[in-house]
Design a protein around this ligand. Structure first.
Ligand code: BES
Ligand code: ZN
Length: 453
C-alpha cells in the first residue's frame, strides 16, 4: 500500500532532497542566475523521472517556470495544480551558519540548508507523493498539474503574466501549496489567509560628498540622522502606522476569527523564550496571533550608510539607505501602499536632504475558502497522518501568487504546509524537520486520493 511504500523509501527521499538543496538558487542575486537555471533543470528532470508528461521549462522575463502534468483522472475528474518554488533567499550573514548553507547536513531529526523548509523540502515532499502513486498504482487518482517557479522570493514579478498567458494549460479545480508552517511539531494546520507585502527602499542624500564632521558638523544635514528621524515618524509608540491613509481599506478581523484564534494554544512565554526576548511589542488592542496574521505591519529590513569599519571615523556621510517593508492585509494592495508610503516620506523629509524612494517589489494578500473540496480532502489527509484535526490558521508571510490563482485561474488554494515557525526560514541555519517531511509525503499522497472521493 502507498503509505508502506513511502515508509520504505525514506533514506532515498532524504538523499534526493540533499541534491536539490545543494543548488544555490538565490533568485535575488544576479550572480546566481546560472544556478537558478540549473535548479529549474534539476526540477524538470525530476518531473520527467517520476513520470509526469508534457514537462517543460518555460521562459519568463526573469527566472524560468517548470511545468509538468499527468492527466490520469480523465475529463470528469478534478484537477489539482500543485504550486511551489525552487528559488531561495540569500544566505547572509554567512558566519552565523554552523554548516555551509548549500551543504545539507542532517543533525538529529532536522536537515539544515538554505531552502530546506522554504520551499525545496516542501516541493520535494509533494513530488514524492506524486511519485508514490505512480510507482505503486501506475496512475494518479486525479488529474495533477505541477508548476514550480523560481521567483517567489522576489515577489513573483512575472508569474501573473505566465498565468494569464497559460490559462488553459493551468486550468484546475484546486491549487495545492506546501509553503506554510504548521502550528506545532505534532499539530497540523491549514492556513486560509496570507499577508501581502510592499517592499520599499529609501535613499537619502545630504551633502554631495563625505565631509569632515569637525569642519562641517553643525551646519550640514546628516542623511543618517535624517533617515532616523523619518523612520521614527512612521509609527507611534502604540505600534500604529502613521502613513496617511494606511489603514483606509483594511478589512478587520471578524469576531468569529477572534474567538477561534483565542482558542489556539499560543504560548507567549515559550514564544519569548525561543527568541530570548522579554516582550512582544506591537499594535495595541490585538493579540500576538492577531497582529502577526491579520494586521498590517511596517519594519526596517536593513539600514546602512556612513562608516561601518572597526574603530571610529569622524565623517559626516553623504548618503544613507534603508530597506523598509510593510506586510499588508486584505483590502490593501502593494501599489496603493507604495504610493502612500512615498507621499508620506516626502512630506516628513527634513530640510537639507534629498530623498529617493524605490519600489522594490510586492505581493497581494490572499484569503482562501475554508470549505472547499480541497480543504476537506486536506483536512482528512492531515487527520489521518497526524492523528489530529488540523487547526485553521492565517499566517503572516506572503505567497504573492495565491491571490492570482483565484483572480486569474478562478481556483481556490489549499495551503497545506509542513514547516514550523522555529525553522529559521530566511535566517542562518534554516532547517526542516524530517519526520514532518515524511509525514508530508503521506499527507500529499492521501490528499490526491481524497480529492477523488
Ligand atoms: N514560505 C514563505 C511564505 C510564508 C512565510 C508563509 C511564513 C507563511 C508564513 C515564502 O517563501 C516567502 O518567504 N515569501 C516571501 C514573499 C515576498 C518576498 C513577496 C515573504 O513572505 O517574505
Ligand atoms: Zn520564503
Amino acid at each position: 500500500m502507498i503509505l508502506d511504500f513511502i515508509d520504505q523509501n525514506k533514506s532515498r527521499y532524504e538523499d534526493e532532497l540533499k541534491a536539490f538543496l545543494r543548488i544555490p538558487s538565490i533568485s535575488t542575486s544576479p550572480e546566481h542566475k546560472g544556478e537558478v537555471r540549473r535548479c529549474a533543470e534539476f526540477v524538470s528532470d525530476e518531473l520527467k523521472r517520476i513520470g509526469l508528461q508534457n514537462v517543460g521549462i518555460y521562459e519568463t522575463a526573469g527566472h524560468p517556470v517548470v511545468y509538468g502534468e499527468r492527466l490520469d483522472g480523465g475529463a470528469g475528474a478534478p484537477t489539482v495544480l500543485f504550486y511551489g518554488h525552487y528559488d531561495v533567499q540569500p544566505v547572509d550573514p554567512l558566519n552565523l551558519w554552523t554548516n555551509p548553507p548549500f551543504e545539507p547536513t542532517i543533525k538529529g531529526d532536522n536537515i539544515y540548508a538554505r531552502g530546506s523548509v522554504d520551499d525545496k523540502g516542501q516541493v520535494w515532499l509533494q513530488l514524492k507523493a506524486i511519485e508514490a502513486h505512480l510507482r505503486t498504482n501506475g496512475a494518479l487518482p486525479v488529474n495533477v498539474k505541477v508548476m514550480i517557479e523560481g521567483e517567489e522570493e522576489i515577489g513573483s514579478p512575472n508569474l501573473d503574466k505566465f498565468l494569464a498567458d497559460h490559462k488553459d494549460l493551468l486550468a484546475c479545480d484546486t491549487v495545492l501549496v506546501s509553503d506554510t508552517p504548521m502550528f506545532g511539531y505534532d499539530q497540523p494546520s491549514l492556513c486560509y489567509g496570507l499577508r501581502g507585502l510592499c517592499y520599499m527602499q529609501v535613499e537619502v542624500t545630504g551633502p554631495n560628498r563625505d565631509l569632515h564632521s569637525g569642519f562641517f558638523g553643525g551646519a550640514v544635514a546628516n542623511p543618517i540622522n535624517a533617515l532616523g528621524v523619518m523612520i521614527s515618524k512612521l509609527k507611534d509608540e502604540k505600534g500604529k502606522i502613521l502613513i496617511d491613509g494606511f489603514y483606509d481599506n483594511v478589512v478587520a478581523i471578524t469576531d468569529r476569527e477572534r474567538a477561534e484564534f483565542a482558542k489556539l494554544p499560543y504560548d507567549r512565554k515559550a514564544f519569548m523564550a525561543d527568541l530570548e526576548t522579554d516582550a512582544t511589542p506591537g499594535e495595541e488592542g490585538y493579540s500576538e496571533l492577531e497582529r502577526m496574521w491579520t494586521r498590517p505591519t511596517l519594519d526596517c529590513n536593513g539600514i546602512w550608510g556612513g562608516f561601518q569599519g572597526e574603530g571610529a571615523k569622524t565623517v559626516l556621510p553623504s548618503k544613507a539607505h534603508a530597506k523598509i517593508s510593510m506586510r499588508l492585509v486584505p483590502g490593501q494592495s502593494p501599489e496603493e501602499i507604495a504610493k502612500k508610503f512615498e507621499a508620506f516620506i516626502m512630506k516628513i523629509k527634513p530640510a537639507g536632504v534629498k530623498v529617493n524612494v524605490i519600489d522594490l517589489h510586492g505581493g497581494m494578500p490572499a484569503m482562501t475558502p475554508i470549505d472547499s473540496r480541497g480543504m476537506t480532502a486536506a483536512r482528512k489527509a492531515m487527520h489521518e497522518v497526524f492523528g489530529k484535526e488540523p487547526f485553521l490558521t492565517r499566517e503572516g508571510g506572503s505567497i504573492p501568487i495565491v491571490n492570482s490563482f483565484s483572480s486569474i485561474l478562478g481556483a481556490p488554494t489549499v495551503l497545506m504546509g509542513f514547516g514550523l515557525p522555529d525553522q529559521d526560514a530566511h535566517s542562518p541555519n534554516e532547517k526542516m524537520n524530517l519526520n514532518n517531511f515524511h509525514r508530508g509525503i503521506k499527507c500529499g499522497a492521501l490528499f490526491f486520493e481524497y480529492m477523488k472521493a
